[in-house]
Design a protein around this ligand. Structure first.
Ligand code: F6P
Length: 529
């Protein structure tokens, strides 16, 4: 269905935007968390939101009741609900590519849906295809799991064809079969593939070539080298040892892979872990658990679609993001997952948010007069505490922190989990309270904001919900900014230039290049004779 973006107001053209500016200048920037808690015993109640599988405590953020009211006005004036309906109605909201955005359909159950978006019946044939492919892919995953000869699975893919599955496989390690190893090769740097292949035997290895387009330089280069290695090792039965996960099944066949699982152009790469791209996750945790991951995400879809705006967790996080980025001027957000299984979550969220919302023009191609995506960065706790938390507590710049904690551990080691939880609480508390009884080097200014996301346990359902929540949050801030969150033209230029430079590195031809690049090529070629 065609999408008409002119019916939506860009945030800076909404009356609430000016009201927010006035509020920020007069009161908002002087807001103090300690006073806010002292003055309002119901602050936590008002700002803690219980969404499916995820509790979001937003109370330690620099926001008062008036800013919250105005931000809700902003959401209403930008018709965020209407934009959400366009997403769930299958409109082609990815305007620059003329595509629908329907990763949420990948987790829409065949029966027993928690909510029915208006017009879902128009998407019945897509939904049937989704379930047909899902059943086939999960049957294959179970077949691999039952095949004792396959001890190593190598996923070859990059960006969305790597980060999502890798992040989820690490996060759900407690649910994986211990005898099977999953490896992820993404970089065109041959050291990575070589390092993985070194320990493998062809007859025990399954390669999954994951690429939405099946044209990506890194993935095709690694896939060719893997195929050569397999042949050189005497490997036979490519159908058993190679599978492709792609929207471009014809290209995969041409490459020589006959076992293929498809998906569709309405699934963005960074939103694709719910599709055939999720096969490594399914191999790791099994079909039933993979369905739980989808169900957790679907529960969050239902929450996003139907919870009132003031209790809608993805939306409230997005409003806070806009408040911080465009009024406070905070340039980054630090992600601090206090669970080592979530160690690739910051990298995953970097792609999700920065590739989606790192845009400087709106949907009409007009430059926007405000800031969009912040920089996301982070490491798991407690490691970050012993590295860069110094800057978070006492640096000159305020960086909102997003803590993610898990109530129950999946290990039995005594003492560790209590200490871990004490540390995450302590860091959030220290950022907020600061310490003013000492001066100079020992002074902590405090009043530094953080959000606290809490899961009961890290399992497929809660991970699904957590990721879907982040997707909808990114959608919501992008919708308020009036940008297209679903294209990524910014990655193209470097690809084109690399194509020109590769033969120049071989030949030494620097004609027409800028002096810096020419000089570096000459330097890189030294020793080439
Ligand atoms: O270059 C960026 C990008 O297109 C990402 O958006 C995508 O996730 C990644 O490359 C990999 O693309 P593909 O799955 O088509 O190989």
């Amino acid at each position: 269905m065609a999408f008409d973006p002119t019916r939506f107001t860009r945030c800076d053209r909404a009356p609430a935007w000016q009201a927010l500016q006035v509020h920020y200048q007069s009161i908002g920037r002087g807001f103090d968390l300690r006073q806010a808690f002292a003055g309002d015993p119901r602050r936590v109640e008002a700002l803690a939101i219980d969404a499916p599988h995820v509790l979001g405590d937003l109370s330690k953020n620099l926001i008062d009741a008036q800013a919250r009211r105005l931000l809700l006005d902003l959401a209403q004036q930008c018709d965020l609900a209407g934009q959400r309906d366009a997403l769930f109605g299958g409109e082609a909201i990815n305007g620059t590519e003329g595509r629908q955005v329907m990763h949420w359909l990948l987790r829409y159950p065949a029966r027993g849906a928690a909510w029915r978006p208006a017009g879902i019946e128009r998407l019945q044939s897509e939904l049937d295809e989704v379930h047909h492919t899902l059943d086939a892919m999960l049957a294959f995953a179970e077949q691999v799991r039952a095949d004792a000869a396959i001890t190593d699975i190598v996923n070859i893919g990059i960006g969305g064809s790597d980060l999502g599955p890798q992040m989820a496989v690490l996060a759900l390690d407690a649910y994986a079969q211990p005898q099977r190893r999953l490896h992820f090769v993404s970089n065109i740097d041959g050291h990575e593939l070589q390092g993985v292949l070194r320990g493998l035997k062809a007859e025990n290895t399954l390669f999954l070539v994951a690429s939405k387009t099946f044209t990506t330089l890194e993935t095709m280069t690694n896939a060719r080298s893997a195929r050569d290695w397999f042949a050189a090792q005497g490997g036979q039965d490519v159908a058993r040892h190679f599978a492709a996960l792609t929207t471009n099944v014809a290209a995969a066949r041409e490459f020589g892979i006959t076992t293929t699982f498809g998906f569709w152009d309405w699934v963005g790469g960074r939103y694709s872990l719910w599709s055939a791209i999720g096969l490594p996750i399914a191999v790791a945790i099994g079909a039933d658990r993979f369905r739980e991951l989808l169900a957790g995400a679907h529960a969050m879809d239902a929450h996003f679609a139907s919870a009132p705006l003031e209790r809608n967790l993805p939306l409230q996080l997005a409003l806070l993001d806009v408040w911080y980025r465009d009024f406070h001027g905070f340039g980054s957000r630090s992600i601090a997952p206090y669970h080592s299984g979530l160690r690739r979550l910051p990298a995953y969220l970097q792609q999700l948010e920065m590739e989606s919302n790192g845009k400087r023009v709106d949907r009409h191609g007009e430059p926007v007069p405000f800031d969009t995506s912040p920089v996301l960065w982070g490491e798991p706790g407690t490691n970050g505490q012993h590295a860069y938390f110094q800057m978070l507590h006492q640096g000159t710049e305020v960086v909102p922190v997003e803590f993610i904690a898990v109530r129950e551990a999946a290990h039995q080691l005594p003492g560790h989990h209590t200490q871990l939880l004490a540390n995450v609480l302590a860091q959030a508390q220290a950022l907020m309270l600061g310490k003013s009884d000492a001066g100079g080097h020992r002074h902590f200014p405090g009043n530094r904001p953080s959000t606290f996301l809490l899961l009961d346990r890290l399992d497929p359902s809660s991970l699904g919900a957590l990721i879907a929540m982040q997707e909808h949050r990114v959608f919501s801030s992008g919708a308020l900014w009036g940008i297209n969150s679903f294209d990524q033209w910014g990655v193209e230029l470097g690809k084109v230039l690399a194509k020109d430079l590769a033969p120049r590195l071989e030949s030494g031809d620097v004609e027409g290049l800028d002096a810096s690049t020419a000089g570096l090529i000459q330097r890189l070629r030294r020793g080439n004779g």
